[in-house]
Write a protein that binds this ligand. Structure first.
Ligand SMILES: [Zn+2]
Length: 316
């Protein structure tokens, strides 16, 4: 949930007219800009399955950590496969367009559990394919797990770069229900065998938003609480006071963090983004930042490299 919709719609309209006139397939502008420069230094892991390799891009971003990136859909969602000695954890299962379970099976033979950074549709699409999905003990999570969220707008032509995977059921595209195997809480530890991940509850973006903290390796997986790009804070389930407390908590963790790994656009960021995030959000909430109006009633609040998106005014 990272791209302003109206410019995209305008672009679809314009590109649609142009492509009709020229008889050419339309290529969204964001698609032409990929791959992003930040990926150049990362090691890509090619998938044996050509269909999966065409939809996903997998990068080795740290020891036994793979970023599973979906660059051909405008959300540019990133899930992470974190591998321990006895099992692996998939932190978000993506859009549900490509077959993420097949990807994971290629990357590890260990049993895989799924945990979501939060249960917005762009992070839970492949949950149904896994037997063991942990969930936060919130009503929001339980509601999301019932599935059925209508998400067809995400596969409109301006949102897709190239072709959808062969065999994908575009007509029936919506979130599928999944079973919550175990409820989790703030501070719970998940032992993968020689690698322990701690749940750091960071509600705000959604009530069930979490970060995963791999303390031994200094890796903080931040989901949508922070990613490189404008952070969307406008949905009914978003709570700004709670979000403020969560980003303050992350800033306190920053001195111990070596790498921040977000859920959209770019997988690897330095820990300084956490202190910048907390400072930027505090400034915006103090009314010190003039919002910039965008089409469709949206307002973007930008402080340095950090920005937040809200609808309408007054918003903070
Ligand atoms: Zn998201």
């Amino acid at each position: 949930m990272v791209r302003p919709l109206v410019p995209v719609l305008l672009f679809i309209l314009l590109a649609g007219c142009a492509s009709e006139l020229l008889g050419q397939a339309e290529i969204p502008r964001w698609c032409k800009e990929s791959p992003r420069a930040e990926f150049k230094g990362l090691e890509r892991v090619r998938l044996r399955d050509a269909r999966n390799d065409a939809w996903f891009e997998v990068y080795r971003v740290a020891a036994r950590v793979f970023a599973v990136y979906e660059p051909r859909q405008s959300e540019e969602t990133i899930g992470y496969l974190i591998v321990g000695g006895k099992k692996a954890l998939l932190f978000d299962s993506g859009m549900g367009i490509g077959d993420v379970r097949e990807v994971v099976t290629e990357l590890t033979k260990l049993p895989v559990v799924v945990m979501n950074s939060h249960t917005h549709y762009d992070h839970v699409g492949g949950n149904w394919e896994f037997d063991t999905v942990y969930g936060m003990d919130t009503e929001f999570t339980r509601q999301s797990a019932r599935g059925g969220t209508e998400v067809k707008g995400e596969i409109a032509s301006g949102e897709i770069c190239g072709a959808l995977p062969e065999g994908f059921d575009a007509k029936g595209y919506r979130t599928r229900p999944w079973k919550i195997a175990e409820l989790k809480h703030d501070g719970d530890k998940i032992d993968l065998g020689g690698r322990v991940l701690e749940i750091v509850a960071t509600p705000g973006h959604t009530p069930d938003a979490i970060c995963l903290w791999d303390a031994a390796n200094g890796l903080l997986f931040t989901g949508d609480t922070y990613y490189k790009g404008t952070v969307w804070l406008y949905r009914p389930e978003t709570d700004l006071d709670t979000y403020g407390r969560s980003v303050t908590r992350l800033a306190a963790l920053a001195p111990h963090v070596k790498m921040v790994l977000g859920a959209h656009n770019v997988p690897v960021m330095p820990p300084t983004v956490l202190t910048e995030l907390a400072a930027a959000f505090a400034k915006v909430r103090a009314g010190e930042v003039a919002g910039k109006d965008e089409p469709g009633g949206k307002v973007v609040y930008k402080v340095g490299e950090t920005s937040f998106l809200r609808w309408g005014r007054p918003v903070f």
